[in-house]
Design a protein around this ligand. Structure first.
Ligand SMILES: [Zn+2]
Length: 396
């Protein structure tokens, strides 16, 4: 069915191209291919089609459609159509054929090279696409902005973060693109990716520079704030790290589960656990993620013992029931129960815990992709920043 659509469009394109070609030739008194030749190709193509030889049919149809300024766009569109239908090799052939045409107007040449670059990207021939796009960029033609977009795609795929950042900066310097939120978010993530490489190499100062650059693209980027907190924590600036983490809590409360671990470590280093407890207690009235309740219960346990933690959890769960909270409550109560009841409660705790572990913890708010792990780039729709933690705010 899909192939049939391609063939029908090809047939229509050939007829349109032939009519236009004839009309133009008559006006310009140019020599075109004879009508008989075209219809001969036409029937040869149909014959291939009827004999279920689609590749030969496509070749014949493309050959039948003459290249001239009137049919140029049709050829270009045919190539793009073939690529979208998965026939990348045919698309490459169509676009290469167009480029090989002598005396091609510069704007036609640019459009064809852009299409050919997309073909190469689809075929995984990234080096070839990069060379083609670099040529367009060096010529400073109007097509350079599209070339930059495609180059960013290539550098993102190849994890060449520095080049991806530079191309994004060039594109965002153009007033037509500087307000594109997705472009800015992506640029901030390229900086974060690059910063993570420096962190692995234990070069926190270089990583910090890149985080600054990330904020220049997207001042509220959560990942950049989390990374900056990690850098400050690594070099012992616990107060600065705490500030970054509190910024995430304020600007992106849905990411609160991500900050609790490092925040607890920082306050521990600062020997100021009461302030941490106060911070979490102040979050409770906002209907927080259950992770805040669990962290608080742990703090109460460390400060005042198991009974106080059980009382805190009991009180909270009575108002806002939560399965995760229930598992924690059981964990605290099992050691206090008798052998038989304790064993039954253990079984209940394990069962509920097993069910909960199968639940996704993150979801993409663009395509709905669900996962147990946090991905900054959605593996399904390939968009940055769309995956968010699923908050369990205290109800079943
Ligand atoms: Zn998605």
């Amino acid at each position: 069915m899909e192939s049939l659509v391609i063939y029908l469009i090809l047939l229509l394109a050939i007829v349109a191209g032939w009519v236009l070609g004839r009309f133009t030739a008559r006006n310009r008194k140019e020599q075109t291919r004879d009508t008989g030749d075209i219809f001969e190709d036409y029937f040869v193509g149909l014959n291939y089609l009827l004999n279920d030889e689609p590749d030969e049919a496509i070749d014949t149809f493309i050959k039948a459609l003459e290249i001239n300024s009137e049919t140029f766009e049709t050829h270009l569109a045919l190539g793009a159509l073939l690529r979208r239908r998965g026939k990348v090799d045919k698309a490459i052939k169509v676009h290469q054929n167009l480029l090989g045409k002598p005396g091609l107007e510069p704007s036609f040449s640019d459009s064809t090279r852009l299409q050919l670059a997309v073909d190469y990207i689809s075929a995984g021939l990234l080096d070839r696409a990069e060379r083609l796009l670099d040529d367009i960029l060096s010529e400073n033609s109007p097509a350079k902005w599209d070339a930059l977009r495609h180059l960013i795609t290539i550098y993102q795929t190849e994890k060449e973060w520095e080049k991806a950042i530079n191309c994004s900066a060039m594109l965002l310097a153009n007033s037509a693109y500087k307000k594109e939120a997705e472009l800015k978010a992506a640029a901030a993530h390229y900086c974060c990716e690059f910063a993570e490489q420096f962190l692995k190499e234990e070069q926190p100062n270089k990583a910090r520079e890149l985080i600054k650059r990330a904020f220049s693209f997207d001042k509220d980027n959560v990942r950049a704030s989390l990374l900056l907190a990690r850098i400050e924590q690594l070099v012992g600036n616990f107060k600065s790290a705490t500030k970054c983490l509190i910024k995430v809590r304020k600007n992106n409360p849905e990411f609160i589960s991500q900050i609790l671990g490092p925040l607890a470590e920082c306050y521990e280093q600062l020997q100021n656990m009461p302030e941490y407890e106060e911070l979490l207690s102040n979050s409770l009235p906002d209907g927080p993620d259950v992770s805040v309740v669990l962290a608080l219960s742990q703090l109460v346990k460390n400060r005042a013992g198991d009974e106080a933690a059980i009382e805190f959890l009991n009180d909270y769960l009575t108002k806002k029931p939560s399965l995760t909270g229930l598992v924690e409550l059981l964990r605290l109560q099992i050691p206090k129960a008798g052998a038989k009841v304790g064993s039954n409660l253990s079984l209940l705790q394990l069962t509920v815990d097993k069910v909960l572990r199968k639940n996704p913890a993150y979801q993409c708010n663009h395509c709905g992709y669900e996962s147990r792990n946090l991905y900054w780039l959605c593996p399904s729709c390939k968009k940055w920043d769309k995956i968010k933690p699923i908050m369990e705010s205290g109800s079943f």
